[in-house]
Design a protein around this ligand. Structure first.
Ligand code: 13P
Ligand code: SF4
Length: 338
């Protein structure tokens, strides 16, 4: 049973990026003409490690020391040897890096870079949810706040969710906060007793199975690749379901075959670098006029804000040390099991 005990309440979605959003509280003249060069210089001077998720804009990916999915970035943060980490991703990812690096500053170019999944699972409501299921184990998707992680027995990402669920046999299992991922994992594992916090990703949820079916008819040879945060109707039409890294690997593996891709379009950059002639077709949303496969949170980070982060040493992501100590246990457990 996919138990839905709580109403889904998504956090506010930031407005889409405006042209001047990359220039926070500073006149244009404050930025060096060679912004990329200045960032590279500051990175060296500060002995900084730049981690970037695949959903960051292309120039940020090009400047990063490590580009990866959420699991690879958590691992890179755990192994960091630097004076400061600049996390070009969303808040929960930077928070995870901070939890794994007590005493080392973790900066994020825009502190407002949230996530509909993390924001839609407030810790006080989640506490009540957990209390309503005494004896259940708690497996939380990494797209959750530090407080929710601190209430969890284990963390998972989209690339290891099946393995993590399989490692938690026995007691009833709470899975939070991604309902589409939960349904997909349930199908993969045959485990139909997950107790699910019904959150969703605003980016992946907008892909439309109806429009995708029509697009497939126009491209019968295309390989349909989807992230498991998509709705089940979209996943049912996919040839391959995987994390951001998994999607990139699959696309590069078949460079001659067009791919319809149901994930954030930042994934395309890495694919194009490795398979320049590959035909990539973004999966459609319900609204045909909208190509809305950019995460409005991820895209709050810009080169200008990355420059300011390195120059000014902020904004820093901080986690209450008591919460961090608790949250570190299930994160490290995941990294050991992965
Ligand atoms: P990955 O774990 O595949 O990087 O996904 C993170 C994410 O936020 C997808 O929307
Ligand atoms: Fe969160 Fe979705 Fe953006 Fe990923 S794409 S960070 S799940 S809102």
């Amino acid at each position: 049973m996919l138990g839905v005990g709580v109403r889904y309440c998504a956090g506010p979605v930031p407005r889409r990026r405006q042209l001047n959003d990359g220039i926070p509280m500073a006149p244009m003249t404050e930025f060096p003409a060679d912004l990329e060069g200045a960032i590279a210089d500051l990175k060296r001077e500060r002995n900084a490690l730049i981690l970037a998720h695949y959903y960051q804009e292309d120039p940020i990916q090009d400047l990063a020391d490590v580009v990866g999915d959420s699991l690879a970035l958590a691992r890179a943060a755990q192994q960091a040897e630097c004076d400061v980490i600049v996390f070009c991703g969303v808040h929960f990812m930077a928070e995870t890096a901070a939890i794994l690096n007590p005493g080392r500053p973790v900066l994020v170019p825009d502190l407002e870079a949230g996530c509909s999944l993390a924001d839609g699972c407030p810790s006080d409501a989640f506490r009540e949810f957990v209390d309503r299921h005494p004896g259940a184990q708690v497996l939380s998707y990494i797209n959750a706040s530090a407080e929710v992680k601190a209430m969890s027995d284990l963390i998972c990402t989209s690339s290891n969710a099946v393995k993590m669920v399989e490692s938690m046999a026995g007691a009833p299992l709470i899975f939070a906060p991604a309902r589409h991922l939960a349904r997909w994992v349930s199908k993969q594992t045959g485990r139909d007793d997950l107790i699910v916090w019904p959150g969703a990703c605003v980016v992946h949820e907008q892909f439309s199975a109806r429009q995708l079916a029509r697009l497939k008819l126009q491209h019968p040879d295309a390989d349909v690749l989807a992230h498991p945060e998509c709705d089940q109707g979209v996943l049912d039409l996919a040839d391959f379901v995987a994390s951001t890294t998994g999607i990139i690997r699959r696309a590069v593996e078949f460079p001659e075959r067009p791919s319809i891709v149901a994930t954030e379009e930042g994934d395309f950059h890495s694919i194009r670098q490795q398979a320049p002639d590959k035909v990539l077709i973004p999966a459609p949303g319900a609204d045909e006029s909208c190509s809305c496969s950019q995460c409005p949170y991820m895209r709050l980070n810009t080169l200008e804000k990355l420059y300011l982060s390195l120059r000014d040493g902020g904004p820093e992501v901080t986690v209450d040390p008591v919460i961090a100590d608790r949250a570190r246990v299930p994160i490290e457990r995941m990294l050991e099991l992965s």
